[in-house]
Write a protein that binds this ligand. Structure first.
Ligand code: GTP
Ligand code: MG
Length: 287
């Protein structure tokens, strides 16, 4: 079951709000969509993921053919200078026209952070609906079907959550505590975080127009928080998912936990400040 919350007219200048409509908090029972409707762009940040990408594509193709998931229209990979063979793999994937989806690769030369890469990928996506996920198999492929089926036009965002019933992760107790603390901090600074059980999720569907006017910020990891901070009234849904450990390759998160915490605070404060700016501009415009 997907949960859906929302309270009406969107007001952020960061979004094209023409599709916004009033709605009360509701629950969606079951998955509302049938195969073959609206198409999705999958956006994936990549950095040295050659150990994971062949498995990722193999499982995705298998899912698409087993479930007739014709909604997947394209994959946009955003690479920040991989040196492990990832780019060769992606080039040959992009050249393969036998798949039911197209593959595009945005190649950048500097590591600017995963959220920065995701934002760039969203902006060049062909379709208006974007499914964002990672390439290291922490977001298991099978949930793509759940997200696609649960998506409906009344939503701005549909988030795969580790903290709904039926969700979870393989984390050590320490990493669990860090994640919960990070969530609490997000809820203090970003009001819309409270609408989600997992505002730090990296696995979600969103309407492209929500991100088109967002400015790139470097060294960021949480695009979802950026969207939540900068869009005031947002209609969100959630589905559960079980997050896995990365399959292979190395984590790109900073290994020093103090530095990690410091970067997280800077990221949250950046979004908080941007949200305040947007609110002030919107209050001035409305008065
Ligand atoms: N383009 C780009 N992709 C990145 C960058 N940093 C990380 N990624 C990708 O973003 C995704 C998330 O990065 P991870 O290193 O897995 O971060 P994480 O999931 O928080 O950490 P782990 O749990 O250790 O895997 C992966 O698909 C990475 O390849 C970056 O600076 N640029
Ligand atoms: Mg990861």
């Amino acid at each position: 079951m997907a949960k859906q919350h929302g309270n009406g007219l969107a007001d952020s200048p960061t979004a094209d709000d023409k599709n916004a409509s009033n709605s009360q908090d509701v629950e969606m029972h079951g998955y509302g969509r049938q195969p073959g409707g609206e198409r999705f762009s999958i956006v994936i940040p990549v950095l040295n993921e050659i150990d994971n990408l062949p498995v990722f594509i193999g499982e995705l193709d298998d899912l698409i053919s087993r479930k007739q998931l014709r909604e997947i229209g394209e994959i946009v990979f955003v690479d920040d200078g991989s040196t492990d063979g990832t780019l060769d793999f992606l080039d040959s994937l992009a050249a393969d026209k036998s798949k039911g989806y197209s593959v595009r690769v945005l190649k950048r030369s500097t590591k600017l952070g995963s959220a920065n890469a995701e934002l760039a990928g969203c902006k060049i996506a062909t379709y208006d609906t974007i499914l964002k996920m990672d390439s290291d198999m922490q977001h298991p492929i099978r949930y793509i079907e759940d997200l696609v089926r649960a998506w409906n036009p009344g939503l701005d965002l549909l988030v795969a959550s580790r903290y709904l019933e039926g969700g979870g992760n393989d984390w050590s107790p320490l990493r669990g505590i860090i994640s919960r603390s990070a969530q609490m901090i997000a809820r203090i600074f970003i009001r819309n975080s409270g609408k989600l059980s997992d505002p730090l999720s990296g696995f979600f569907v969103l309407r492209k127009d929500l991100v088109l006017r967002l400015l790139p910020v470097i060294n960021t990891k949480k695009l979802l928080l950026y969207v939540l901070a900068t869009k005031r009234d947002i209609r969100v849904g959630e589905i559960p998912y079980v997050m896995k450990d990365r399959l292979g390759g190395e984590s790109k998160i900073v290994d020093n936990s103090m530095k990690f915490v410091q970067q997280y605070f800077i990221e949250i404060l950046t979004y908080w400040k941007l949200a305040r700016k947007i609110k002030r501009a919107s209050d001035r415009g409305g008065s």
